[in-house]
Design a binder for this molecule. Structure first.
Ligand code: SF4
Ligand code: SF4
Length: 208
């Protein structure tokens, strides 16, 4: 673990070759971030969810910088999300408050996991115009053993993405769909698949 600007492993892990090496070295956990962030469309989701090269690389290094399989600067990540008061703790990171709840919409409450709270929040944010969509995880119809990310932009699409998927999901490859996005997008992801401290991350980044 390091602080400050991320290194690139003394030059060993850089650009497209860096990502391919991370895969070869067994460090890739198939989050899809390198696929989603690449401005050149260098990668696609390959067999079993690993990134595979399908195009040329312009050597911007963004893919390695977002790769949590390679290196995660947790203090810098926490400060970026939670502000300068963030102090990286031994397990969970900061807890500002804890709530118990469930969806009031009966359709959402009984057909979604854990009372449908996240789905209800997303539907509310979408229908009140505070977001234009949400990056969520859905089953992969091309591979029943896998899930995948998608951008849900309607109540129906959000409901279709409800329930947990206990399988590999290169969800962040769906960031490709947000190029040129002007609105706000919610991101729902589980800690295990994205190397983020804390259970479920629910944030509203301003898409670029
Ligand atoms: S273009 Fe940039 S993000 Fe894409 S593979 Fe090359 S270095 Fe990585
Ligand atoms: S960014 Fe994610 S999918 Fe890409 S090499 Fe790193 S861990 Fe694997």
């Amino acid at each position: 673990m390091t602080s400050g600007k991320r290194s690139s492993g003394n030059g060993r892990y850089r650009d497209v070759e860096g990502i391919l090496r991370i895969v070869r070295d067994g460090l890739c956990h198939r989050c899809g971030a390198c696929i989603g962030i690449c401005p050149a469309g260098t990668f696609d989701v390959g067999p079993s969810g690993y990134p595979v090269q399908v195009g040329k690389c312009v050597e911007c290094d963004k893919c390695v910088q977002v790769c949590s399989g390679f290196e995660v600067d947790y203090p810098a990540l926490g400060a970026a999300v939670f502000g300068n008061a963030y102090r990286y703790g031994p397990a969970l990171g900061p807890v500002k408050a804890a709530y118990v709840g469930h969806a009031l919409d009966e359709e959402i409450r009984w057909k979604r996991a854990s009372g449908g709270l996240i789905t209800q929040l997303l539907v509310h944010l979408l229908e009140s115009g505070r977001i234009t969509g949400a990056l969520v995880v859905v089953p992969n119809p091309d591979d029943p053993a896998m899930a995948k990310g998608t951008i849900a932009r309607s109540r129906e699409e959000l409901l279709a993405a409800a329930q947990s998927k206990y399988t590999t999901s290169p969800s962040l490859a769906a960031l490709r769909e947000l190029r040129g996005e002007k609105g706000r997008i919610a991101v729902v992801c589980a800690a295990l698949g994205n190397s983020f401290p804390g259970g479920v991350l629910f944030c509203l980044p301003k898409a670029s």
